[in-house]
Structure formats: C-alpha cells, structure tokens
Design a protein around this ligand. Structure first.
Ligand SMILES: Cc1cc2nc3c(=O)[nH]c(=O)nc-3n(C[C@H](O)[C@H](O)[C@H](O)COP(=O)(O)OP(=O)(O)OC[C@H]3O[C@@H](n4cnc5c(N)ncnc54)[C@H](O)[C@@H]3O)c2cc1C
Ligand code: FES
Length: 423
C-alpha cells in the first residue's frame, strides 16, 4: 500500500515536473520566436532608417551641389560599348574639380554642344547610364545615329559629334541631371525593366542602383535589340544579373545574325510582348519601366494596359520625337481655334499672332528669336517648362510627366485662346 502510494506520489511529481519542463520549454520557444520577430523588426527598422538617412543625405547633397545653367565637364574616358563601336560611353568629370550632386536612377543630362557649322548650340539629352551610387563621374552612352549603317538616314548632328569629334580631355557644357522617368526607390515591389536598343541606358542605371543597394526586389531586365552587335554594355549587365539571385534577364533579338545562338546569345527571337512576360512572371503585380523605340513602347504599353496593369505602374520614356500614348491630352477647355490668337511674351514685352501652321509655342517663340531652353522637343525632358501667366493651352502629345503647377511644356503646347507666357 505504502509502496503504491510512493509510486503514485513519484508519478504525480514526475508529471508535475514534466508539465513544468513543458511549460518552461514553450515559454522559451515563445520568447525565442518573439526575440526572432523583434530581431527581424529591428533589422527592417534599421534598413528603413538607413535608407531614410541615405535619402536625406542625398537630398542635402543634391541641393548643396546641384547647379543651375551650364557647367563645364571634361571627358575623362571614352569607351566603345558594342562590337561595331556604334555605341560609346563617355565619362564626365566637372572641369571645376568640384563634387557631383546625386541623381535619381533614370535621369538624364542635357548638353549644349557647340558644333562647327551649327548657328546655335545644339541641345540634346542623354540618360545617365551608370550607378547613382558612384559619383566619381557621370556616364552617358551615345548611339551614333545614321552614318554608315543606314544611308537613307542622315548622320545625327549631336551623336555624330560625340562619336567623331569628342575625345578624352575635351570639355562640354552640361545642365544638371533632370527627368521624371525614375525608379521608385521607396517601393519594395518587384520590377520589370524593358529596354529597346540604346533605350537601355536609363534602365541600366536603375539596375545598377538596385544592385548597389543589394536589393531583394525581384527584378527582370528585358533587353530587345536586332542582334548581338547592337547590344550595349552586355558584359556589365550579365555580371550584375549573376551577382544577385533576385535578378533575371531576357535577351530578345528581332533579327539574330547567323552567329547568334538561341539559348546562348539570346533567350528568344522576336520582339518583347506581354505573352513573353507572362511565361516568366509570377503575376502581373510588378512595376514596369520601358525605354526604347516608339513602336516597341506603343505595343508594350497597349498590351500592359490590356493585361490590367494600372497606369501608375507603367513608366516610360521615349528618346525620339515620337509619342507613346497617342491620346491627346487636353489641358484647356475646348477646341483649338483655327483663327489666329494672341500670344504675349511677358518678360520680353513681345506679342505675336499664332496660327495652326506656327506649330508649338516653342516654335513660335524661336521664330521670334526668343531664347527658350529645350531638349527633347517632345514633352519628355521638361527642359522647356515655362510659366503660363494667363490663358490655356492644348497639348499636341501626352507629356511624359505633368510639369509643375502653373507651367506648361512649350514644345508640345498650342494656345487655346489668347495666352501670356513668361518669356
Ligand atoms: C530624355 C532623353 C534621353 C536620351 N538618352 C539617350 C541616350 O542615353 N543615348 C542616346 O544615344 N540617345 C539618347 N537620347 C536621344 C538623343 O537626345 C538624340 O536625340 C540622339 O542622339 C539623336 O540626336 P542627333 O543630333 O544625333 O540626331 P539629329 O541630327 O537630331 O537627327 C538625325 C536623324 O536621325 C533621326 N533621329 C533623331 N533621333 C533619333 C532617334 N532617337 N532614333 C532614331 N532616329 C533618330 C532624325 O529623324 C534624323 O533623320 C535621349 C533623348 C531624350 C529626350
Ligand atoms: S524640350 Fe523637352 S519637354 Fe519640351
């Protein structure tokens, strides 16, 4: 009897002990999980704080170091970026020896080039193609337009000048980085960067930014070209893609040469389409950035819209005068009058009549020998944004991004009734 009681007692004690141990174990496990969650929260918080501090520091340096008007830059390096040499990179360092302001991945520089034989400086924009994290220099990558490759196309004035006349040590006039076609660096959503031809430049800068910040964002780099000879910076791109397990590339050739091997030199023949993207992307929940020839961008933006991608997730930039979205954006109230309307240039005190055949307000201003800064002349670069003091305008094309309140892009604006502009 006593023995049975002793055994019972021992069992009760053991059970109590076991319960205690189990309770202690689950408490330790709970504490461990809570500590893990805390560590994760803390590390996310640390990353976010670091990002905020970095951005605040970049904003401060940008406002301290940025310049208005022209600044002289020396070409510190010139380098061919494809097999035929039709695409060249130019490294630029400030002639005054000062520091460079940070820029956002996707932005461009505007050049005022004094080209022999041209009555006025030639203004052209070139995207910054290097990482915004390396401010030892700026880099642009220029494709030579026309020349030997197509006899019907005259040699490009500015691109020909860069390729044929500009070399290491030469000095050029440059306006500060600008542009609204920039990577959303605050987001952690996956991204698809779609480049066509030399449109690769702003997207390469975005890719380099993501890589330099050790991004965990799933990133697809889709690069379309006619064939391997037209690809710029291929080694650089492939090295970045192989560096980060979240990065993927797709090379799409529309006209592969005999030496191009599918699966080795390129991933598929044809042009980039949404069907191709659907084969590789997990869903449609990505941010899309596109830059390339107008037909490619027209097709892709139309197909992306058809796939249900909201407008806010489709970002694009066109290099040439072609517009991507053909819907006319009406910034005014009604139809453009066929009769002449009055245009006042407030600062110069000039007045002019505008008629349909006068073209844009930029054309009209230039026809009256007024100096207006311009770059793309297609509503892309924002260089011609000017205050509209009275009246309304109609845009002949959709601006790549809305200019600041109260200003209009003269290169694509026509007066919608009498107007006064601040020139
Ligand atoms: C925001 C922005 C960023 C840009 N970034 C780059 C860049 O990173 N690298 C780059 O090489 N270019 C870039 N460009 C294009 C560049 O600004 C020039 O338009 C281009 O170099 C042609 O200028 P050009 O003076 O050599 O040619 P032009 O003398 O103006 O034109 C010569 C001939 O080429 C045709 N043409 C003009 N532009 C193009 C074009 N883009 N494609 C095909 N034919 C054309 C013209 O119709 C004409 O027949 C960018 C443009 C913009 C607006
Ligand atoms: S010149 Fe580029 S927006 Fe007008």
């Amino acid at each position: 009897m006593i023995q049975a009681l002793q055994i019972g007692g021992a069992l009760i004690v053991t059970a109590a002990l076991l319960q205690g141990v189990l309770a202690l174990y689950s408490q330790i496990a709970r504490d461990f999980r809570a500590r893990q969650a805390d560590t994760l929260r803390l590390s996310r918080f640390r990353v976010q704080t670091e990002q905020l501090l970095r951005r605040a520091d970049a904003d401060r340096r940008k406002s301290e170091l940025s310049w208005s008007g022209k600044r002289k830059f020396r070409i510190s390096r010139k380098q061919a970026e494809n097999k035929t040499g039709s695409i060249c990179s130019f490294h630029l360092t400030p002639h005054d020896g000062g520091s460079l302001p940070p820029f956002e991945p996707g932005q461009f520089l505007t050049f005022e080039l004094n080209i022999p034989g041209q009555a006025q400086p030639v203004v052209r924009c070139y995207s910054l193609s290097d990482s915004p994290e390396d401010l030892s220099h700026y880099r642009i990558t220029v494709k030579r337009i026309g020349a030997s490759e197509n006899e019907d196309c005259p040699e490009g004035i500015a691109s020909g000048f860069f390729h044929n006349r500009i070399g290491t040590g030469d000095v050029v006039d440059v306006l500060a980085p600008n542009g609204q076609f920039v990577l959303d660096t605050h987001s952690d959503r996956p991204v698809v960067l779609i480049a066509g031809g030399v449109g690769v430049t702003p997207l390469l800068s975005m890719l380099k930014y993501l890589n330099d910040n050790n991004s965990q964002r799933e990133t697809w780099f889709v690069y379309a070209a006619r064939n391997g000879e037209e690809l710029a910076c291929r080694d650089e791109i492939e090295q970045i893609i192989s560096n980060n397990s979240h990065f993927h590339s797709l090379f799409v050739f529309s006209d592969p040469t005999e030496e191009c091997v599918e699966g080795q030199d390129y991933d598929c023949a044809g042009r980039p389409t949404v069907e191709l993207l659907k084969e590789h992307l997990k869903s449609s929940n990505y941010q899309f950035y596109l830059c390339g020839p107008a037909p490619m961008m027209e097709l892709m933006t139309r197909q992306l819209c058809g796939w249900g991608i909201p407008d806010r997730d489709i970002h694009f930039e066109a290099f040439g005068p072609a517009t991507v979205k053909t819907i006319q954006k009406d910034a005014g109230s009604g139809e453009t009058p066929s009769e002449s309307v009055g245009v006042k240039f407030a600062r110069s005190g000039l007045s002019a009549d505008w008629r349909e055949e006068d073209g844009s307000l930029l054309d009209l201003a230039e026809a009256h020998h007024l100096k207006v800064n311009s770059g793309c002349r297609a509503g892309n670069c924002g260089t011609c944004a000017t205050a509209l003091k009275t009246g309304k305008v109609t845009y002949m094309a959709t601006p790549a991004s809305e200019p600041a309140g109260g200003t209009v892009l003269l290169c694509i604006a026509r007066p919608d009734g009498d107007v006064t502009i601040d020139i």
